[in-house]
Design a protein around this ligand. Structure first.
Ligand SMILES: Cc1ncc(COP(=O)(O)O)c(C=O)c1O
Length: 191
């Protein structure tokens, strides 16, 4: 079995948590690991992902199956610059994201007490359980998306059955923006 491990959020772990890349855990023979500067350095516009494939035969198969796309010189320079010189920036980002996660969870507890949300060990994505509001998933999404004007993704986007009553929120924004989003969501959900 070939495992494709999408590890592009792997640089964004909470303080005190450790990320274990699959290539340090399992036989690399049948593994394709994907890493990227996209999320870590907010460079999705470069359209670049690294595929780490140690098995030369598997690498050849993948190369032959992909269209031939050469990264632009700008993409190459930006990727090298991010990895070589972005560490200090990333350290600051991780502290800021940890703060954002705590801020959102605390604000939800205070302003939307029926919402439940677990502190994730990595990434900037929170999965909010709104089932205690006892509304249909459509009503929840309508209130948040249309009434509050906060563009979240409904849980059903990710799992048709189990996602019902959940919303996904990404929080790598300035804290002032998050505060406004939660205030507006709370007003729409608690009315
Ligand atoms: C886990 C994961 N993999 C891959 C992607 C795709 O990233 P991109 O389109 O920037 O290559 C995303 C983007 O949301 C993601 O969250």
């Amino acid at each position: 079995m070939i495992i494709f491990a999408d590890e592009i959020h792997g640089d964004l772990t909470r303080r005190g948590q450790e990320f274990h890349p699959i290539l340090t855990l399992a036989d690399p023979e049948n593994i394709i690991a994907a890493t990227a500067v996209n999320k870590t350095f907010n460079l999705a516009g470069l359209h670049a992902t690294n595929l780490v494939i140690q098995n030369p035969e598997l690498r050849k198969r993948i190369e032959l199956s992909l269209p031939f796309i050469l990264p632009s010189p700008f993409t190459i320079a930006a990727t090298i610059a991010a990895y070589d010189e972005g560490e200090e920036w990333l350290e600051q980002l991780i502290d800021y994201l940890d703060g954002n996660i705590d801020f959102v969870i605390e604000s939800l507890r205070e302003k939307m007490p029926k919402a439940k949300c677990r502190r994730p060990e990595g990434t900037y994505i929170l999965w909010i359980d709104l089932r205690d509001y006892e509304m249909t998933p459509e009503e929840i999404h309508h209130r948040i998306y249309d009434e509050a004007g906060v563009i979240l993704e409904g849980g059903e986007m990710f799992c048709e059955n189990l996602g019902k009553g959940f919303e996904r929120i990404c929080v790598p924004s300035p804290r002032s923006v998050l505060k406004e989003a939660i205030d507006r969501m709370a007003a729409a959900m608690n009315r």
